[in-house]
Design a protein around this ligand. Sequence first.
Ligand code: IPE
Ligand code: IPE
Ligand code: MG
Length: 246
Amino acid sequence: MTKRELAPAGLRHIAVVMDGNGRWATRRLLPRTAGHKYGVDALKSTVRGCIAQGVPYLTVFAFSSENWNRPADEVRALMDLFVQALRRETRELAAQGVRLRFVGDREAFEPPMRELMQQAQDLTAANTTLVLNVALNYGGRWDIVQAMRALQASGGPITEQTLAQHLCLADMPAPDLLIRTGGERRISNFLLWQIAYTEFYFTDALWPDFDEKALALAIADYAQRERRFGSVPPQPEAQATGLRVA
Ligand code: IPE
Ligand code: IPE
Ligand code: MG
């Protein structure tokens, strides 16, 4: 996309379950890990799309707390890929005005990776064009439990507002649009609390095939939605002014 198009009004935060890398590779008779590698390019294109369309927040699911259950060699390859991507891409993302943030339990990662994550966050901390949250070892249930623990430790009252303040992504608007590629129609323990009123967009496209154009289609679909948040759509004039029956 060369021209800067503005996202529909109210679209501030897109969340993505980047699914289908393994199938993409298997269809090409490649090892599953090749799909993960091409997935990095799809993410770069999606980032460019968000910037072009003026979307200020993007949250992507890169590794779930359940993905540790995969074969050890795939987990190893994914960790190596994360380290490689952090080394190779941080500078370019920084130059694009991207602020990188990581959400999830970092304790499980090896120290060199944790260090790279911290460095990437520090290097990009002042950027404001796009906040890119990368969910790594993230689970929606974990998020709620860690928030609950923090709230309990603070001794404060338990309300929806106080709990929400301790969740990951507390300092940004909730996702307006959640995209899942790869044809599955489920959340797989991604954001749970935060998607209470999010619009869902499912596509059969496998993640390595996703790009700026596919993002534009998802955004165009979102633009047709009517969000009601439990209320009613704006009423026609006569009703709104209280037309009497008798
Ligand atoms: C998503 O693609 C990437 C990760 C979960 C890390 P998959 O690896 O789940 O690909 P499929 O769903 O098996 O095709
Ligand atoms: C969700 O995809 C996790 C990520 C995309 C990182 P999965 O491939 O792990 O989800 P399931 O197993 O199909 O539900
Ligand atoms: Mg999958």
